[in-house]
Design a protein around this ligand. Structure first.
Ligand code: XIL
Length: 344
């Protein structure tokens, strides 16, 4: 007799806890921070559970693909703004800020661009027009842009891309973005540059040089695509410290922690390790006044880029495929509730 009653009580207690625990966005707001997620437009349109969780938990969103060069500028004289417009409208309706991603990248460029024969001068004109059109359209609506994404190699040298033939293209892109929306925060965004290494050294030197010469830059985006291997927290802290010492913001832009999965499921111990990693990186950001946003790359394991990109991996986000919050969700909540000394 006692047992079924007990489980009923336990189940109602769990449901009750889920309904009364403050959503992540409330915790982030009390810290003066943004908590965001990259958005899958199909799910946003068609799944009430997706849209509901996004609006309930997050005070920031970012189109995962829709604002990239190819999707938003499919022909030389055609822009496809509708998908981004829809996400901007959703954000407005739910008091969420919007990050823009991304203006200059080597991936997801349209065929007219990659297959064309343009001189460096023409390419630079194309890029300037693109930035004017896209940043200009969302001026006042997109508060921060990843102006340039992944322009450096792991050894810190400049990546050879369609853009790198135009000398100074990175700083030019920042200048054009500033001109198109003087109020938007402008970020350089990259992966594998969270701790101290050749790439993060090069990013730091570039940002320092930009600050010295008056090239408009406001922050560095750390993508944070992590695995269950131990995270070099001390190196990450030193890196965030030196970036914020320049007066620049840091934002985590694409946080996820991928795990080995079988039929989409990760092992319990891996999920516990994952929760620990989420806790530690969020707690690290919370330490810095200038670490202003934490964004995950999606929010439900149902729509994550990981299984499509890393074979045998998945379960990288904080809600499972049925929109149930995971241990990683609770560790973000607890890290956001911890102290924010605001001393640096
Ligand atoms: C990924 C998207 O998640 C996928 O849907 C798409 O197929 C490829 O791009 N770094 C970035 C993101 O800056 O834009 C990438 O997003 C993931 C890696």
């Amino acid at each position: 007799m006692a047992k079924p009653l007990l489980s009923v009580l336990l189940i109602s207690a769990t449901l009750f806890a889920q309904h009364t625990a403050p959503p992540l966005r409330e915790l982030a707001e009390s810290r003066g921070m943004r908590i965001g997620a990259a958005v899958n437009p199909g799910a946003l349109k068609n799944e009430a559970a997706y849209a509901g969780a996004l609006a309930r938990e997050f005070n920031q969103l970012e189109p995962e693909n829709a604002a990239k060069f190819g999707p938003i500028h499919p022909q030389q004289d055609t822009y496809n703004f509708d998908p981004v417009d829809l996400q901007v409208a959703f954000a407005k309706a739910h008091q969420m800020a919007v990050r823009g991603h991304t203006l200059v990248w080597h991936n997801q460029n349209p065929a007219w661009l990659t297959g064309g024969t343009f001189t460096p001068v023409q390419l630079s004109e194309i890029l300037q027009k693109h930035i004017q059109a896209v940043v200009g359209r969302y001026a006042g609506q997109i508060y921060a842009w990843d102006v340039v994404n992944e322009a450096l190699n792991d050894d810190g040298t400049l990546r050879k891309t369609i853009w790198s033939g135009s000398p100074g293209y990175i700083e030019q892109a920042f200048r054009w973005a500033r001109a198109a929306d003087p109020k938007a925060l402008l970020f350089y965004n990259d992966f594998g540059a969270e701790g101290i290494n050749a790439k993060s050294d090069a990013i730091y030197q570039m940002a320092k040089d930009f600050k010295t010469r008056g090239v408009p830059i406001d922050g560095i985006g750390l993508q944070m695509h992590l695995t269950s291997r131990p995270v070099p927290i001390a190196g990450m802290e030193a890196n965030i410290q030196r970036i914020t010492d320049l007066g620049l913001q840091v934002q985590y832009t694409e946080l996820d922690v991928r795990l080995p999965v079988e039929s989409g499921k990760a092992a319990d111990d891996a999920l516990a390790t994952q929760a620990g990693i989420y806790h530690d990186v969020v707690a690290l950001c919370v330490k810095f006044k200038l670490c202003t946003a934490i964004q995950t790359w999606g929010f439900t394991d149902k729509y994550s880029w990981i299984p499509g990109r890393f074979r045998g991996m998945g379960a990288a986000l904080v809600f499972d495929a049925d929109y149930q919050s995971k241990a990683a969700y609770r560790s973000i909540a607890s890290a956001l509730t911890g102290e924010r000394p605001n001393t640096r």
